[in-house]
Design a protein around this ligand. Structure first.
Ligand code: CMP
Length: 136
C-alpha cells in the first residue's frame, strides 16, 4: 500500500520579498519532495479570507488575510510519502521562536505572522487547498 500524498505549500510574502524562494525550494527537494506544480501570484484580500476561512473567528484573522495578500507568494503542490506530516515537520512550529533547528521557520521565519511558509494541516485540507489554487 502506498501513502504517497500531496500537500499545498505557500512561500509567504516575507520570504518572497527577501528572495528566499530558491533556498526554500531546495530545502523541500533535499527532503525528498517533488514540486509537481508551482506558480507565483498575488491574491486579493477576499481570496485570502476564503483560503483562511477556518480561522475566521480568530483575533488574528484580519491581519493574517491582509498579510497574505500584501505581496507576491509562491504556491506549490508538493508530493512524497506522508507529505502532509513531512511538510509540517520541515516547516517547524508556527511561531519561529519555537521552531527546531533545521526547519524552514527556524532558519527564515521572522515572527508568528511572518513565518515564511504555510503548509496544509491534514490530507483532507490538502485536497481542498490544492483545489483552491490549482483547479483547472
Ligand atoms: P499558517 O500555517 O499559514 O496558518 C495560519 C497562520 O496564522 C499561521 O501560519 C500564522 O502565520 C498566523 N498566526 C498569527 N497569529 C497566530 C496565532 N496566535 N496562532 C496561530 N497562528 C497565528
Amino acid at each position: 500500500m502506498s501513502n504517497i500524498e500531496q500537500t499545498l505549500s505557500i512561500i509567504k510574502p516575507d520570504a518572497v520579498e527577501r528572495n528566499l524562494e530558491n533556498e526554500i525550494k531546495e530545502m523541500f527537494k533535499n527532503d525528498g519532495f517533488s514540486i509537481l506544480k508551482e506558480k507565483k501570484i498575488q491574491i486579493e484580500k477576499s481570496e485570502a479570507e476564503n483560503f483562511y476561512k477556518v480561522h475566521e473567528t480568530k483575533p488574528f484573522y484580519n491581519d493574517l488575510c491582509e498579510y497574505l495578500s500584501s505581496g507576491p507568494i509562491v504556491v506549490m503542490v508538493l508530493e512524497k510519502k506522508n507529505a502532509v506530516l513531512g511538510n509540517r515537520e520541515l516547516m517547524g512550529a508556527t511561531d519561529p521562536k519555537n521552531a527546531e533547528d533545521g526547519t524552514i521557520r527556524k532558519k527564515y521565519g521572522i515572527s508568528i505572522d511572518k513565518n515564511s511558509v504555510h503548509g496544509s494541516d491534514s490530507v483532507e485540507n490538502a485536497k481542498i487547498e490544492i483545489d483552491f489554487f490549482f483547479k483547472d
